[in-house]
Design a protein around this ligand. Structure first.
Ligand SMILES: [Zn+2]
Length: 312
């Protein structure tokens, strides 16, 4: 039951949706789990399989203790087959092997669950091969496709699956997930506030530019907070060189906004009531970010913001 609780916390809507389907016996032959990396798709796929094989359902949920549940957890159940990309793609041979295995084992009587991970990596041949399957699904056969890129799944496949959308992780969950990947807590918190995508956050954290960019913004913030006129020179000396394209520049303001909010929270916790400075800073940063959207140059905006803050 612990597993159920965990999944329910990560994906409350999906969990309820699937649980309802089980309770009312309204299951599809094919599901397409769509959502970002780290949102629990693979875990929910296994939980789904356990639902079908559990020998001792508890209040309609897998017991996690019976022989079948345990074997599915340890990926050792003969009727739960998982397919993952072989190198860069899921090859047609993998799908064919699956087909022949299912035929051989006389699947008409036994239940089978097939989970295809990173389904967007099926090449055209594999996808077409799978399609034949989906067009005439054998009885007691359940397939779960899992993908981060719904757009890369052939429309003909999509239309034969029930699509289940997985929500992005909450900021807190994403942060703790990043921490479990050995990303330091402070960085994990920053990343979780900048994006709600686990994959994106990990990618950013591995980019050398990110460290430099973060340090530059921290330095800028320090100047601004102290009304230090050096903040103005710093724009040209450092920021313009670090934040080159528009995505990076937007990122600069997002990070700055984050550090201002962090500081404001800290100040609030110390029971200081004077939050004026930080609220003013935050307003300026947010409006700067909007100006960038409206195509004003980064240097112009950054200098204006600096002047307005330092000489406020
Ligand atoms: Zn069980």
């Amino acid at each position: 039951m612990e597993e159920a609780q965990k999944l329910q916390t990560i994906q409350p809507i999906v969990f309820r949706q699937l649980q309802n389907s089980f309770e009312h016996g309204r299951l599809a032959h094919a599901y397409l789990f769509e959502g970002d990396q780290g949102t629990g798709k693979a875990e929910l796929a296994l939980w789904f399989a356990k639902h079908l094989f559990c020998l001792d359902l508890q209040k309609g949920m897998p017991c996690e203790k019976c022989n079948n549940c345990l074997r599915i957890t340890s990926k050792d159940h003969p009727d739960v087959v998982e397919i993952e990309p072989d190198g860069q793609s899921i090859k047609v041979d993998q799908i064919r092997a699956l087909q022949s295995e299912l035929t051989k084992s006389g699947f008409e009587s036994a239940k089978k669950v097939v989970i295809i991970h990173q389904a967007e990596k099926m090449n055209l041949n594999s996808a077409n091969s799978l399609l034949k399957f989906l067009e005439e699904p054998p009885a007691n056969f359940m397939i779960i496709l899992e993908t981060q890129s719904l757009g890369k799944i052939l429309p003909t496949i999509r239309s034969r699956c029930q699509i289940i959308h997985f929500q992005a992780l909450s900021t807190e969950r994403l942060q703790s997930r990043l921490e479990s990947e050995q990303i330091p807590a402070k960085t994990a918190k920053l990343l979780a506030n900048l994006t709600n995508s686990y994959g994106k956050a990990v990618e950013i954290s591995k980019d050398e530019w990110f460290n430099e960019a973060r340090d530059a913004v921290i330095q800028w913030f320090n100047y601004l907070e102290k009304n230090d006129p050096q903040a103005f020179i710093y724009v040209q000396k450092k920021l313009v060189k670090t934040f080159k394209d528009k995505t990076q520049q937007q990122f600069a303001f997002e990070m700055l906004a984050y550090f201002v909010k962090e500081k404001r929270d800290q100040v609030m916790k110390q029971n200081q009531t004077d939050l004026k400075t930080y609220n003013y800073l935050l307003e300026e940063v947010l409006s700067a970010s909007q100006k960038l959207e409206a195509n004003v140059s980064f240097q112009n905006i950054a200098e204006q913001v600096t002047l307005r803050i330092v000489f406020a």
